[in-house]
Design a protein around this ligand. Sequence first.
Ligand code: HEM
Length: 305
Amino acid sequence: MDAVSETKEPRYAPYANGRFQMAMGLVALDLTDWIDVDDSRAAELCEKERLLAVQHEAVFGDLPGSAPAQREVLMLLLDNLERCHPGLISCDDGMVTVAETGRTYRLAGFADHALDLAGRLVQEDLCLMTPGEEGYVLHAASLCFPARWVLAEKLGRPMMGIHEHVSGYAEKLGRPVDRFFTHLKADKPVARLNWSVVDDPALFQTSGKFRNDGQSVITPENAGDRLWLRVERQTLRRLPDSGDILFTIRTFVDPLSSLAARPDLAAGLRAAIAEMPEGMQRYKSLIPFRAALDGYLGALMERAA
Ligand code: HEM
């Protein structure tokens, strides 16, 4: 499925301040805002069902021992949806029904893989982290919308290993993130934003990092319709019973042309990319269309001046 965010302007613009920093960038999260719902919900939940049906192993994975924490996530999610988003789901007699899609699930059918069901109820992807010898490891995930990574390559690996290809992570973020995970309190959930510019609007992408395919067909004239802003709103919270950590990823994809009415955001994005180290630009595969992107954003700013 192609991008489904149809908002005129992007909901989140973490590049707005024109800076690029390899920082954790965590802010306190009110759990009433834990789950993000918008009008793409029905389409995205249907897309999740499709992916889970045709390539289940690519989008769901769990390791032995994760079942109790998976069940804890499902219970927290059901409770949160009923309290903070009334009407989205209904629970009755061991069944849960999603209002917009009309799909009904039997809780008992997911007793050993509760995260699979949890992922079908929200637009977020869900990653369960548990303490291991080298820090927190990915223990289970419902991951229908990966941003160019493969679940099977990360399952069971610690944070440092999961991020081994991320330019600058080991030097700048590795230790602070590990320390943060150790000390995270159940009553202090947090959120952060991550962003990229991509030449493919698909929500499910398992490859495309470090691409440098030379001459791109993208030009300053067509970049608005051939490039997309991909922003992830991520949250982290410790589960009170198991002590594991749940990482959620909510993905927003908007055409670059969504900045047309916001020259201030265009200027922020342009400056943030100019500041981004080359290693990160390579990691994000910006190089093939970097000049076209810059030209498009520059033209938007000139038009507004
Ligand atoms: C405070 C917590 C975290 C920070 C600061 C962080 C930071 C980052 C950064 C900067 C990137 C590069 C993304 C980009 O700009 O395109 C990244 C990628 C990634 N992150 Fe995290 N992350 C965090 C938590 C997690 C957790 C809990 C997971 C568990 C699944 C995770 C999985 C990944 C994966 C799979 C990638 C892509 C790696 C690749 O391309 O091989 N992150 N993260």
